[in-house]
Design a protein around this ligand. Sequence first.
Ligand code: ATP
Length: 246
Amino acid sequence: MTSAAEDPAVPAAASPPVLRATGLTRRYRDRVALDDVGLDVAAGEIVALLGPNGAGKTTLLSLLAGLQEPDAGEVGLPPRQVGWIPQQPAVYRRLTVRENLELFARLDGVPDAAARVERMLVEADLVDRADDRVGDLSGGGQQRVNIAVGLLADPPVVLLDEPSSSLDPRQRERMWRFLTGLARDGRALLSSTHDVGEAERYADRVVVLVDGRVAFTGTPAALAATAGGDLLRAFVDLVEAGEAEA
Ligand SMILES: Nc1ncnc2c1ncn2[C@@H]1O[C@H](COP(=O)(O)OP(=O)(O)OP(=O)(O)O)[C@@H](O)[C@H]1O
């Protein structure tokens, strides 16, 4: 028998997942917010988490980040290895960009904090704004500070909750250039979004959550193919089918 590794017709396996969750279930009183959700993200991969309001995206991300415990299931990665970028920037508007990074580096116990802060200023394209107060930056600039704070500990996995929701198209484009650069450097990114077009342009895979369950996992092209190449139509069809079942 020929093993997959020896068979040229079988594509080489993708890199192993750095984030793996299985059977995640979370209830709030009698409401099931997540029901037996499994998910993998590999190094260098961008996965978009799509779903209508209330589908369970934030709940899933917060379980993966270790911010709350599941009622059932497992997350196969210690929370300390996860960078968490919340939807609302959790930074101090009256402090400068550099002061924010220094403060969070100290709070997180980041080794060689001064060098790491300088590195993040460069990576997030914030060198020119380092001494400006965060409150004086544009929404896009503030979001880059928010992301830079989440990356201070150099986590291999980065979780983002609707990172582009308050940004204009040009700022979104700039933020995604930054995020795709992080993936090219080998980080695994999982980002929730309501923007199907954004998922199509930037994600390697999409995971669609509907009513707390995974309704689809695969490439954006594979999802679009279920509706004649129209990703938005395919997404809406999935949501309607899932909601009709619930
Ligand atoms: N702390 C909470 N207490 C009670 N119910 C909650 C709590 N957090 C979330 N829920 C419920 O769990 C379900 C999933 O919510 P969640 O915020 O995870 O969805 P979401 O997909 O992130 O939604 P949105 O796109 O609107 O941000 C919803 O029905 C929500 O009302």
